[in-house]
Design a protein around this ligand. Sequence first.
Ligand code: SF4
Length: 494
Amino acid sequence: MVFLIYNYFYNVSGAFMNTLILDGIFQNNDVTLTDNSKTTLDYIISKIDRTLFERVILLQTGTITTVPDTVKNVVIENKTIGVILKSILKESKNSDNIVIHTSGNPFFDIQYVKTMIDRHEKYVADYTYSIGFPDFLVPQIITPNCLKNLITLCGENQEIRDDYLFYAISKDINSFDIETFISKHDLRLYRISFGTYGKPEKIFLDNLLNSISPDTTYDDLVDYLLKNQHLFYTTVYGAFFEITTVSNTEPIYYPAKNSPDVFCDPVQFDRVLVTLQTMNPHIKIIFNGRGDPLRHPDFITMVTSVIEKKLELIIETDGYCVTDNITEALNDFKENITFVIKIDAFSDETYKKIHNGYDLNIPKAAFTLLKNKGFTTYRQIVRMTCNEDDIEALLKNKDMENLILRKYSQYCGTLPDRKVVDLSPLKRFPCYHIRREISFTPDLAIQLCMYSNEKLHCTVDDAPDVYKKEFISQTKAEYRECCKNCDDYYIFNF
Ligand code: SF4
């Protein structure tokens, strides 16, 4: 019966049949346009051509409550790849093509989508997507057969990321016929995302819709974004705290300490966290810097402050104070903590050169202890000319698991040039650090970034506005002295 109905539609219309999946899997709530008159879903529905889509499905986890009557609401039980792909396949029924668009993104350029569908059909593609646009701006198209193959390829239970479709295709990319649409300007470097997965993206969308209509075509939107880069600043994504200046090994890749021992005040720290969380409920907290965070006498209290607020914490340490007592004290928090251990070498000889004669076995033992206790733990190597052979040795020994290679910084000309390669982009763009981060000294002063010791002389509340001004200056190629020759602007953490 289903087969007959399918043929009826196909033969009478002479056209392919398409299902539109509005992907709300990673959307945390209803998203309204700036005047609150409509949700993004209402807006998309008002623009779509129902002769193009035989059915429109919202796929979500139950967080979106306002669903237009003309949309079938499908709530999935979890975000594993098997469940998501099978749900899309089931709901697309006998469609020839499945168009997937992010439900929190009101920009739905129907002419562009039609062109994509036409080319997808003409070249009998399995998958059609775009390159160079902001993330999740342009829909993707997939055939049910391709989806079936992906289900086999990916298995069932893997928890996935928001770009699950491309992630699944990438597992065997050469097996699929893929059509690609390329943006006239490549905006990938700017790391902009549509779909409002968090507060920063919602701020971006609101600011954008205050100045441009959601009816804007994708090509015009790309032009507009390129000319209006001030919109890219939203709020802080990551907060870096050097909670003490006290270091165990004083490695050569940090500027020499020229101040007495300083320890961050844990009560003030907690207040700062509260403020930061109002700016971004999912802000990442990082304990880093030249001092070792575990040397702070209130280290456990400060970790507790972070975790009690359900924030994620990354702790960079040389490993010298990682003990059984520490792992026991942090045992209940392990889901929210990631450790990064500074090992910096393969051989003890190189380690000694970098870490003032100290012993590589200590950070190695810290790594093993934390791993065995179930903490997410990485080893970090700051890549320099003096440890390049060590990186080769790790590679040869197939010892690259959980290894982070970090770019060497000259800290705005404070340190000698020890970098191995220059990976700077050909064309400079505004610094990621001022756009997405906030950086604190141990006395909780705010500094420009973790590489510059220039203070911003502002309160935490005012910091986003101050960073935004810095960012806007850089969009006009106006740089502070310390930024002019800096090559850390293109390295990002969050
Ligand atoms: S350009 Fe360099 S010094 Fe300036 S804010 Fe960015 S990382 Fe810091």
